[in-house]
Structures are given as structure tokens and as C-alpha cells.
Design a binder for this molecule. Structure first.
Ligand code: DX5
Ligand code: ZN
Length: 216
């Protein structure tokens, strides 16, 4: 397996000084910027969207990992692609047709990912094996930063890694929610190779050390 990827969720950044926090991420070993989009319908929260991503894209050269927690991701792929996304991950539980959404994301030259909520079985991802670059196994209910890690999701990560290995695939498995120095080792052990972290990274006294701890 390649090097573990650390993706910083800027939902926990200082949004009045986002440029400075993006620079801090780049200087402290963060690999990707995780951009959480919430529409207040698919999840009970509203975050930020296209114009903010455009600004982020101007402010950093880092890989932009966009996590769409929205009802109809298909409708917004073009706009997020134009705004600078490098990867678009959408939820299997959304109302868009997953195959068509993957195709559209790929047609823009971007990497594609599919996310599942904690209660969605990983078997539902099997039809998309070989079609996407990444599977995101949510380790909290999507909607808010700073929540506690749901331990039952570890089995899902292990099960998904096993199913992928059986097919000879090394697709990236991302986990998102409640990832910190205590939970990261178990998540990696289960087979996750891309860890999203928000509050733990941005609240850390030393971000570089926190990144190293998450990466393991
Ligand atoms: C939750 C978001 C996460 C969130 C993670 O719905 O998808 O990316 O920002 O935040 P922490 O790491 O604080 O749980
Ligand atoms: Zn996220």
C-alpha cells in the first residue's frame, strides 16, 4: 500500500483566516484539503459551497478533496469541477444515479469517490468496485465536525478492505469523523489509507506532530 494520506477538513479551520490555515496545512505535512459541502437537506447543517471552493483553489496548490453531503450531487458536479475540485466524493444515499454521477465526475478529468453513512452496509459499494478512486466510510453521522468516532464502523473498513483485496483492488479507503490520535491507529489497522481529520488537526498545539500521529 502507498503512503497513508492525511486530508484536513477545513470545517474546523479559522474561516476568517482561511488562507493562513491553508498555508499552515501545506507547511505541516497535510496531503489533501477536505472540503465539506452540506445543503441542510441531506444533512442537518449548512456549510459552504462553490464560491468558497473557488477562493480555496486560488489560495492553495494542495489537492482538493470535495465531500458532497447534498441531495442531488449530479446537478452540481460541473460547478464544483469548475471551482477547482480535484476529487468529488458523493453519497450513495443521495438521490442522484451513482453510475451517471461517477461518469460525469470522470468526464471532467477528476477523481471520483463514493461515501456511505455509518448505517449503510459496505456490500452496497460492491457494484462500484473498479469504477471509483476512493470509498469513504463515514465514521460519524455526516453533518458536523467534532463528533465522537463510532467504533462499529471499524468492522466496515476491515470488511471493505477484505472485499477489495479479494478482487485484487487497492482502491483508497477514506474515513471521516472523530479521527484523532486515539482512533487513527485502529482505523489504519482496519485498512484505511486516507484519514480525514478536522478538529484534532486544527486544535492541535503542533499541527505537524498531529499530522504525523494520524499518518502513523
Ligand atoms: C462531518 C464531515 C467531516 C468533519 C470531520 O460531516 O464530513 O469532514 O469535518 O471533523 P472531525 O475530524 O472534527 O470529526
Ligand atoms: Zn467530510
Amino acid at each position: 500500500m502507498n503512503k497513508t494520506i492525511v486530508s484536513a477538513s477545513i470545517l474546523s479551520a479559522d474561516l476568517t483566516a482561511l488562507g493562513a490555515d491553508l498555508k499552515k496545512c501545506a507547511e505541516n505535512g497535510v496531503d489533501w484539503v477536505h472540503f465539506d459541502v452540506m445543503d441542510g437537506v441531506f444533512v442537518d447543517n449548512i456549510s459552504y459551497g462553490i464560491p468558497v471552493l473557488e477562493s480555496v483553489n486560488k489560495a492553495t496548490d494542495m489537492f482538493l478533496d470535495v465531500h458532497l453531503m447534498i441531495t442531488d450531487p449530479y446537478k452540481y458536479v460541473d460547478a464544483f469541477a469548475k471551482a477547482g475540485a480535484d476529487m468529488i466524493t458523493f453519497h450513495l444515499e443521495s438521490s442522484s444515479d451513482a453510475d451517471k454521477t461517477i461518469e460525469l465526475i470522470r468526464s471532467k478529468g477528476l477523481k471520483a469517490g463514493i461515501a456511505v453513512r455509518p448505517k449503510t452496509p459496505v456490500e452496497e459499494l460492491v457494484p462500484f468496485f473498479g469504477k471509483v478512486d476512493m470509498f469513504l466510510v463515514m465514521t460519524v453521522e455526516p453533518g458536523f465536525g467534532g463528533q465522537g468516532f463510532i467504533p462499529e464502523t471499524l468492522d466496515k473498513v476491515a470488511q471493505l478492505r477484505k472485499l477489495l483485496s479479494e478482487k485484487g483492488l487497492d482502491t483508497i479507503i477514506q474515513t471521516d469523523g472523530g479521527i484523532n490520535g486515539k482512533t487513527a491507529p485502529a482505523v489504519r489497522e482496519a485498512g484505511c489509507d486516507c484519514l480525514v481529520s478536522g478538529s484534532y488537526l486544527f486544535k492541535a498545539e503542533n499541527m505537524s506532530d498531529a499530522v504525523k500521529i494520524i499518518r502513523g
